[in-house]
Every structure is written in structure tokens, then in C-alpha cells.
Ligand binder design. Sequence first.
Ligand code: PLP
Length: 387
Amino acid sequence: MNNDSIYLDHAASTPVDPQVVEAMLPYFSEIYGNASGMHQQARGSAQALDRARQTVAGVLNCAPNEVVFTACGTESDNLAIRGAAFAQKLAGRGRHLITTPIEHHAVSHTINQLCDKFGFEQTVVPVDEYGIVNPADVAAAIRPDTVLISVMYANNEVGSVQPISEIGEIARERSIPFHTDAVQAAAYRPLDVEALNVDLLAISGHKIYAPKGVGVLYVRQNTPLLPTLTGGSHENNRRPGTENVPYIAGIAKALELVDSHRTGENPRQAGLRDRLVKGVLTSIPNSQLTGHPVNRLPNNASFVFDGCEADTILMHLDMAGIQAASGSACTSGMPEPSHVLQAMGLPHQLALSALRLSLGRQTTAADIDRVLAALPDIIAKIRQTDF
Ligand code: PLP
């Protein structure tokens, strides 16, 4: 790994915080019992699990038994959506789902499968040119047989933050369960589930400086939820499988840290991000910011550069020691333009030129200077070669 390189892909994944590693270490080889057992080792693991659940509940402002640990953000989204949809259908409440066109595939592909294979129907409410959903459109889409609303908290490609609390209020008035994918928002936005009016909220470890392969799903008391996995009675009968105690201790510590870092890190990263955005827009002709100019995650700077191909920009940046992404990590490499940018109304060709620079805790002013020194020449060179 080149030590001089700059990492600006925190929306794809973050390094594990040393304090998180420290919190995990005892649960690999010292305290390793199966938390369901009846002996000292098992009790050690069970206690760690209890502590982690309490920590997460403290950050989310919920009861500990409303916290379900999962294996990733994708699993949390799947359990929330499929679990609620099937439980509602079994109770005879209906089969209509409401969502947006900018969701992560963990949400949209789950809903698509419910519709294509299991008889559900969906209304996809539009977003505006900044990628923001209007709560009135969600209200207008509600039908007597609506059984779930799913709107992401903040978008992974352009960072736009949604009016979750307002949408939640609308859902609550009609007694419709409301799910939000908070995977990208978790490091930067408040996660108080009461203030947000949500019933289901998904978090992923590796976006908040915990390891890959661990997630959280908040499930409000009495929310209909059919488990998607079957097995033991773990996680209050909602998610079977022997608990991954070290990773659970890790995600709990990471949540505690992001919660305490927010007041300092949000303005610091937003300041660097604003300098980056301003620098790019003033020094590169025909460049455009994507997503909302203000109502966006403090670490997200995303652009389109007319006349360039995203992969070519990424290749040149990588050669200059700058690691970035073209949009969603899960879709980069595919020639199709991002569904998010298309939903925001960007023309097909322009949407193929997307660059996402996502900052993190270790990003410095010197990193931003280096990007601003390198990017204008890279874009100019690509435009000369390609056209
Ligand atoms: N939801 C959003 C908004 C994401 O950005 C991601 C990851 O990129 C996920 C869900 C999936 O999380 P995980 O990688 O933990 O499965």
C-alpha cells in the first residue's frame, strides 16, 4: 500500500478505529464462549453482548431488546423489508410498498423481488433534481393496503439527506411501519429513533469505523416482522445464529465513537468538503455538483464532468495516488449510469461521468490541496484525448 496515497472513498468503507479493535480483541481468544451456554466462558460472552446492546440502545434512544445484531447493512435492510412485508401480508393487511428510486440495491432489489415473485406492488415516489423526496408525495402514494414505507436517511452516491422525521410522522398517523436505511447517515446524523419517527433502521459496521460483516437493525416494539432466517431463538427470535461477539462489541464501540465525534467531525469535514467543492467548481469548466448543495452529508463531494468517463477519471486519480469512486461501490465497474443520477434527471451521458470523493476522520487539508492540484489537469487531459 502506497503510504503517500489519499483515501477519499469512506462512503464505500472506513478503516477500523484502533479503539474499536481494542474493544473487540478480548472476544477472540480470551472470552470466546457461546453466549447461549451455562458456564463462565458463556457468561463472559453474554455479558459482552448485553453491554453492546445497551450501548447501541443508548445511541438510538431505544430499549435494548429493540436492537438486533446482523451480519451487515444488506442483511439489516433485507430483514426489515422482507420481514415486515411478509408479516403484514400474513396478517392480511395488504401488499403495497412505498419506496424511492434512489435506494441502495439492498433495499430496491429486495422490494423488486417481493413484487416480481411474491405478489407485492410498489409505488416509487420521485425525487427532485437534488435527490430529495417530498413527504407530500409519500403521503399521496399511501393506499389502504400499504404495509411498509422505506426511504433511505442519506444517499450513498450524492449524500442528499432525506426528511425522515416528517415522512415518519406521516407513516405513524396511518399506522404504517416505516423503514430507513441509515447505513450512510449513521456516522454523521442523529440516530434518535424517537425523533426520527422510524420503526426499522439499518446500520452497517464498516461505514462507521467498525469491521465489514456486522450490522444493526433497530426494530420498534410490536413492529410486524417475520424472521428471514430460521434457526435458534437468538436476538429475541428475530435473527438466529450464534452471535458474533467480537464484531458486535466492535460495532457498539464504533457507534458510541461516531456519536461522540459528530460535534467536532461534522463541521471539520464539512469545511474541508466545501473547500473541495468550491475549488473543483471554480477550477474545472463544465463541472457540476450532484446532490443537494446544503442538505447533504458533510463528507460527500460528488460531481459530474461533461465529456469524461468515470472509470477513466478514477484510473488517472489512482495513478496520482488518490482513491475515489464513481458512485456506489457496489455498481462501479458496470457501464450503466447510476440509477440515482438518472432518477435526479441527469442525462444518460453526463451520468456516466460521476465522481464521488468521500472524506473521513483522517482526511486533512493537505489531502484536499492535493486533489485540487491534480484533478483539473486530469479532467483537461481526458477531455483532450476523448474528444
Ligand atoms: N445501504 C447503503 C446506503 C449502503 O451504502 C450500503 C453499502 O454500500 C449498504 C446498504 C450495504 O451495507 P453492507 O455493505 O454492510 O452490506
